[in-house]
Design a binder for this molecule. Sequence first.
Ligand code: SF4
Length: 207
Amino acid sequence: MSDIVYQAGNSLYLNITNRCTNQCPFCVRYKSRKFNRKHLLWLEKEPAAEELLAAGGDISKYKQIVFCGYGEPTIRLDIIKAVAAELKSKIKNKKSKTMVRLDTNGHGNLFWGRNILPELKGLIDSVSVSLNAADAATYDKLCHSAYGPAAYPAVIDFIKEAKKHIPEVEASIVDLPAVDKKKARALAAGLGVKFRIRPYYEESYVR
Ligand code: SF4
């Protein structure tokens, strides 16, 4: 059975979909159905809100609860909103400092054809957006987006919009030779958000 939630460090990850609007060749989903030898993340069925909440157990012991997937979580926006609302209520009742985070490729507004960030206000404390490149041409080469050249500017706009509604915003790239890290870091600084280089995990994939 696939893992709809899994723990990594002090965080609990909610694995909500396999669907994605990118096809990044470096993505773990094209390497293995298991993540880090332990977690079977390829979903046979997308979990319902109740299943995620039940599987999460006592969430107040975690530093963060993270919406993620073997795909793009904002494709399941209604589930994010329903689960996050319940999580925030539990966190408040327990007077816990647990944060709710969203890891996203930043295509949510393109996918839904509207600005979804105001809908996440008060539900999501922190968002990490996969910027993935310092320019549109590199992004296109790396990510093979369903949206073609429209994808990269939309990711930048998503980051700008996120700043208006989410307390903590981070732009990240994967540590790949094709990515100009200095330029990406400067771009994130110009956007006024945190910057993170994500390690390329291939060595730890199970094939
Ligand atoms: S956007 Fe993320 S989940 Fe989608 S293919 Fe790229 S790395 Fe994988």
